[in-house]
Design a protein around this ligand. Structure first.
Ligand code: F0G
Length: 380
C-alpha cells in the first residue's frame, strides 16, 4: 500500500507560482483540489456531441471558490502585520473572509446588502464570528464604502481588487489543465465583479507561456504578483465565456447597471470592479459575454441537480445555463470540450432551492401500507 501525501491547500501545492516565501505563515483550510466532474446525462439531452465538465467549487471549505482567493489574501494580510480585514459581499466572500480570519486569529468586518444574501452565507459569517454590517444598499454601495473606509481605518480589503485574491483563484485553471492534459476549448463562468474570469485567464496564460514572458512582460492582470515557474505546460488556451444574470448584466448592456436584480443574489452586481480586465480577457481569448434570464438559471440549476446529482447555487448555474444554450444554437460547436465553473454549493441557498423544487414531499401516516403505496405510485 502506498500512501499519498496529505493535501495541505493550494498555496502549498502551487507555492512556486504564488507570491509567498519559505517562511510565510500560510493561512489555509485545505482549499482547492476540487472535483472536475464530466456530465453524462445533460449532453445527451442536448443531443450534441460535446464534453461538458463542471468544476465543482462548491466543495471548497466554505462552499465556494472564494476560498482560493481568501487563503492568499489573508495569508498576505497577516504577513504584512494586518490585524483586521474588510469586504463588501453578496455572501460568499463574507463567508470565506469570516472563516479565514477566524483561522488566522484576526478580525473580519463584512458589509452585506440587507435582506439580499442567502441564508447559508449569513449563517457562516455569523458563526465564524465576523462583525456583520447589513447595509441599506446593494453590493455596489458596500464596495464603495469599503474602498473609502480603508483609507481611514487599519483594515485590509479582501475583495478581488486585492491582487492576491486573483493569484489564489488562478489555481483553478492549473487544476483543470492538470486533469485534462490540456486547456478546454471553452471555459464558461458566471460573472459578477469579473474577478474570477480574470483570475482563470491569468492561470491559463501562465500554464501556456513557454518563455516566462507572461510573467515578466505580458501579464496585464497580475500587478506583478505572478511568479514564473518553468516552461509551457500546455500549448492551448480556452475561449473565456462569461454569463451574467439578465437583470444584472453590465457586460451585455455595455454600461454600469444602477439597480441590479436577479434571483442569483451572488451575482447581483451592477458595477463590476474588474471591468477593464474582463473586457481584455474576452478580447485576448476570443470569447464572449451573454446574459441568462432568471428562469434559465433556475432551470439549469434544477436540471443539474436532477440529472447529474450535482447541487450548485443559482449564480453558479448561470455558467451551465449559458453553455447549454450556446451548445444548442451551435455557437459552441460539436466536438468541443467545455468546462463550466460551479462557483458555489447549492446548500448556500436552501430557500430558493425549496421554492422551485417539483419533487413532492408526501405526508403519510407511519404505516407500512402507506409507504408501500407511495413507492408504487412514484416508481419511475
Ligand atoms: N458565483 C458566485 C457563487 C459568487 O459568489 C460570485 C461572486 C460569482 C459567481 C461571481 O464572481 O465576482 O469574480 O465575477 N460573489 C462575490 C461575493 C461578489 O461577494 O461573494 P466574480
Amino acid at each position: 500500500m502506498t500512501f499519498r501525501p496529505r493535501y495541505t491547500g493550494l498555496i502549498d501545492r502551487y507555492r512556486d507560482r504564488l507570491p509567498v516565501h519559505d517562511d510565510t505563515r500560510i493561512i489555509s483550510l485545505g482549499e482547492g483540489n476540487t472535483p472536475l466532474i464530466r456530465l453524462h446525462n445533460i449532453p445527451s439531452l442536448l443531443g450534441k456531441e460535446v464534453d461538458i465538465y463542471v468544476k465543482y467549487e462548491g466543495l471548497n471549505p466554505t462552499g465556494s471558490f472564494k476560498d482560493r482567493g481568501m487563503t492568499m489574501a489573508v495569508t498576505k494580510a497577516v504577513e504584512a502585520g494586518s490585524r483586521a480585514i474588510i469586504c463588501a459581499s453578496t455572501g460568499n466572500t463574507s463567508a470565506a473572509a469570516a472563516a479565514y480570519a477566524a483561522r488566522a486569529g484576526i478580525t473580519a468586518f463584512v458589509l452585506i446588502p440587507d435582506g439580499k444574501i442567502a441564508q447559508g452565507k449569513l449563517a457562516q459569517a455569523m458563526m465564524h464570528g465576523s462583525t456583520v454590517l447589513q447595509i441599506q444598499g446593494n453590493f455596489d454601495a458596500g464596495m464603495k464604502l469599503v474602498k473609502e473606509v480603508a483609507d481611514h481605518a487599519p483594515v485590509t480589503i479582501v475583495n478581488s481588487i486585492n491582487p492576491f485574491r486573483l493569484q489564489g483563484q488562478k489555481t483553478a485553471a492549473f487544476e483543470i489543465i492538470e486533469e485534462l492534459g490540456r486547456a478546454p476549448d471553452y471555459h464558461c463562468l458566471p460573472v459578477g465583479n469579473a474577478g474570477n474570469i480574470t483570475a482563470h485567464w491569468i492561470g491559463y496564460c501562465e500554464y501556456s507561456s513557454a518563455s516566462g514572458d507572461h510573467v515578466t512582460k505580458a501579464c496585464a492582470f497580475c500587478e506583478g504578483h505572478c511568479r514564473f515557474a518553468g516552461g509551457a505546460i500546455v500549448g492551448n488556451r480556452p475561449k473565456m465565456v462569461g454569463y451574467q444574470a439578465a437583470g444584472s448584466a453590465p457586460f451585455i448592456t455595455g454600461g454600469m447597471v444602477d439597480n441590479p436584480e436577479t434571483v442569483a443574489t451572488a451575482i447581483r452586481i451592477g458595477h463590476p470592479q474588474s471591468w477593464d480586465y474582463a473586457w481584455q480577457v474576452q478580447k485576448e481569448s476570443g470569447g464572449w459575454f451573454d446574459a441568462c434570464t432568471d428562469e434559465e438559471i433556475l432551470a439549469a440549476q434544477k436540471l443539474l441537480a436532477e440529472k447529474e446529482g450535482v447541487f450548485c447555487e443559482p449564480a453558479s448555474a448561470t455558467s451551465l445555463a449559458g453553455a447549454m444554450r450556446d451548445v444548442k444554437n451551435g455557437k459552441i460547436p460539436e466536438g468541443s470540450s467545455i468546462v463550466c465553473t460551479l462557483t458555489g454549493h447549492g446548500l448556500k441557498d436552501p430557500d430558493t432551492a425549496i421554492k422551485q423544487s417539483s419533487g413532492p414531499v408526501l405526508k403519510i401516516a407511519a404505516e407500512l401500507d402507506e409507504v408501500k403505496r407511495a413507492i408504487l405510485d412514484n416508481l419511475a
